[in-house]
Design a protein. Structure first.
Length: 227
């Protein structure tokens, strides 16, 4: 399991500990994205392995680093949750079960299949609805939450997607999950959404959905759709 984290010293240890309590068999790798605080040390103390990037590279690079770890370690499955405490570790099984049962190659946690999600800011909500609707309309992919970062992959998915990412090198953080959804569909990977609930962020601010990022988000999304 991978947990990308940037300056999440207040929450990352709790995320690691609560996950290990539920799944002591997991190998947890925190991808420390050049944090300037005690994120890496607190993750280690909580029981995680840590891969520290040399400087802050951004979410997409941290996520792809997690894919590289999963590929090198030959994990049968990989799960990604955030280090800020918004994702619920008790819902990890929802993501893994369709993979284990052979129903999907890639699973996505959808906040729109659950009516109880607490993460309902107006800016984020508008961006998610807009992007999911556009992807569904133009690419005919049945998806409700294309920007969700709570995901799980089979080894087949990792082996299919990772070479493309390594060749492409950089994908802007705000559209990374949209790019992945489109790539997965193009490569014939079977995707399945499962309902999840998301907690509001307790500390700090979102790195991907700042007001300045949201101003140019529609343009980035449209450009991505027609690449």
């Amino acid at each position: 399991m991978t947990i990308p984290a940037y300056n999440e010293e207040k929450t990352v240890a709790d995320v690691v500990k609560s996950t290990l309590e539920l799944h002591p068999e997991f190998e947890i790798v925190v991808i420390d994205d050049g944090s300037e605080d005690a994120t890496a040390q607190r993750a280690r103390n909580a029981g995680a392995d840590v891969v520290s990037l040399p400087f802050h590279c951004g979410g997409s690079v941290a996520i792809q680093t997690g894919y590289i770890v999963a590929a090198q370690q030959h994990y049968d499955y990989a799960v990604k949750i955030d280090g800020d405490g918004q994702h619920k570790p008790e819902e990890i099984s929802k993501l893994l079960n369709p993979l284990i049962n052979g129903e999907a190659d890639l699973t996505v946690g959808s906040r729109y299949l659950s009516v109880d999600s607490e993460d309902r800011s107006m800016v984020k909500e508008g961006g998610r609805v807009f992007s999911s609707a556009l992807v569904s309309l133009l690419r005919r992919i049945d998806v409700t939450d294309v920007t969700s970062g709570m995901r799980a992959w089979s080894q087949k998915s990792i082996q299919t997607l990772l070479p493309i990412y390594l060749e492409r090198r950089y994908i802007e953080d705000s559209v990374f999950w949209i790019v992945e959804t489109l790539l997965a569909a193009k490569k014939g990977l079977r995707m399945k959404e499962v309902p999840i609930e998301v907690y509001p962020r307790k500390y700090g601010k979102s790195k991907s959905f700042s007001p300045s990022a949201m101003l140019v988000y529609p343009l980035r999304l449209i450009a991505t759709m027609f690449e």
